[in-house]
Design a protein around this ligand. Structure first.
Ligand code: PLP
Length: 388
């Protein structure tokens, strides 16, 4: 059996690992690859871990998560995004990633089809295929603000369509949907008997006048929607591995059974840290937003000025999805572009091809401010060297 054919490795994790290895060898690396907020632990999060340590309890947490945390997450979603969840609707998982894995594993059967608007987060098609279903890619254009329309969905749906994965705020484009747009998409899903997996792990990372609307906030469609949430980006806790699935009790209960046969949930210390983050949610995520906005603004200003372009800043999340044509006149595939700038300038980025969109490159603007400037100047130098 060829085990390598069983599951593809993550493109973003692979590049991030390469960048970390270079760093460990003492090289200066500009790591624009992973969406890791790169900030010191917030005091509210640290105090949650400290309280757990003081309690001296490191036994198994309840399978579905600490009751205090489940209750807190439901209350946070209800208050912040006008949802209507109770603790029974919440499963605490080992990151948003496991919540996605468990939801897909339970919702689809071999041969079923899952609609995935592209550009997409690279794990979606891999997880769908791992569940023996078919990933049906729905291309979305920048002319429509990188948002999928109901017409797009109807064009790609078939009798076998079971699930739509919607990701907003979007990684890699930063696109966010309005209430009206979501309402129309959920109606199409309802009419066609699909479940919507709404990946909302960047819900607190939005900028300027943007406003986030959760797919969990439509009472009419509540039984059709599974919201994936996470503490990773919203509260700057990537390494603590806490995510949540919010959805109909029956599905959440089955996902809990899958969790019981696999991870047994995430660490109890991480769950107390998450509890504290949720208790101070507005303060912690406001601090994330402010710091990320500063990085986003510097990144976009520097990029636009160095490359004489006029790219609009993303409305949300942690990424700039940049057309390679804005950076070089040379026709080059995104994978080759990223390999070149990594080998010649130690600049780590992710090719658009990994997100199902050739011709683009994704920069995570999560580096420190001075490294953002230095890294973009290094990029300019590498690309100038390459000019004929
Ligand atoms: N969904 C999206 C769109 C992401 O970008 C990520 C992480 O980068 C995740 C889910 C998973 O996040 P985590 O497992 O750290 O909660």
């Amino acid at each position: 059996m060829d085990i390598h054919n069983k599951i593809a490795s993550s493109a973003t994790v692979a590049i991030h690992t390469l960048a970390q290895q270079k760093k460990a060898r003492g090289e200066e690396v500009f790591n624009f690859s992973a969406g890791d907020p790169n900030l010191p632990i917030h005091p509210a999060v640290a105090s949650g871990i400290q309280k757990a340590l003081d309690g001296k309890d490191c036994s198994y947490a309840p399978l579905f998560g600490l009751p205090e945390l489940r209750k807190g997450v439901a209350a946070w979603m209800n208050r912040r995004y006008e949802c209507n969840y109770t603790q029974e609707n919440v499963l605490v998982t080992c990151g948003g990633k496991f919540a996605l894995f468990a939801a897909l594993d339970l919702l689809v059967s071999p041969g079923d089809e899952v609609l995935i608007p592209a550009p997409y987060w690279p794990s979606y098609p891999t997880l769908v295929e791992h569940a023996k279903a078919k990933a049906v890619i729905v291309p979305v254009s920048p002319e429509n603000g990188w948002k999928v329309t109901t017409d797009d969905l109807m064009k790609y749906r078939t009798e076998r369509t079971k699930v739509l994965i919607l990701n907003h705020p979007n990684n890699p484009t930063g696109a966010m949907y309005t209430r009206k747009e979501l309402e129309a998409i959920l109606k199409v899903a309802g009419d066609n008997d699909w479940t919507v997996i709404s990946d909302e792990v960047y819900s607190e990372i939005y900028y300027d006048q943007s406003r986030f609307v959760s797919c969990g906030s439509f009472p009419k469609w509540q039984e059709r929607v599974v919201v994936i949430q996470s503490c990773s980006k919203n509260f700057g806790m990537t390494g603590l591995r806490v995510g949540f699935a919010l959805g109909p009790v029956e599905l959440i209960s089955a996902m809990g059974s899958l969790q019981g046969q696999t991870t047994t949930g995430t660490s109890v210390f991480s769950q107390w840290a998450a509890y504290s983050a949720i208790e101070h949610a507005d303060t912690v995520s406001a601090s994330m937003r402010t710091q990320m906005q500063e990085r986003r603004d510097l990144f976009m200003q520097t990029l636009n000025s160095l490359f004489s372009c006029d790219l609009a800043p993303p409305a949300s999340a942690l990424y700039a999805f940049v057309p390679t044509s804005a950076l070089t006149t040379e026709p080059i595939r995104s994978q080759a572009f990223c390999e070149k700038i990594l080998s010649e300038g130690n600049i780590a980025t992710v090719p658009g091809s990994a997100f199902g969109m050739e011709g683009y490159v994704r920069f995570a603007f999560t580096e420190s401010l001075d490294h953002i400037e230095k890294g973009l100047n290094a990029l300019k130098t590498v690309l100038q060297k390459r000019a004929p």
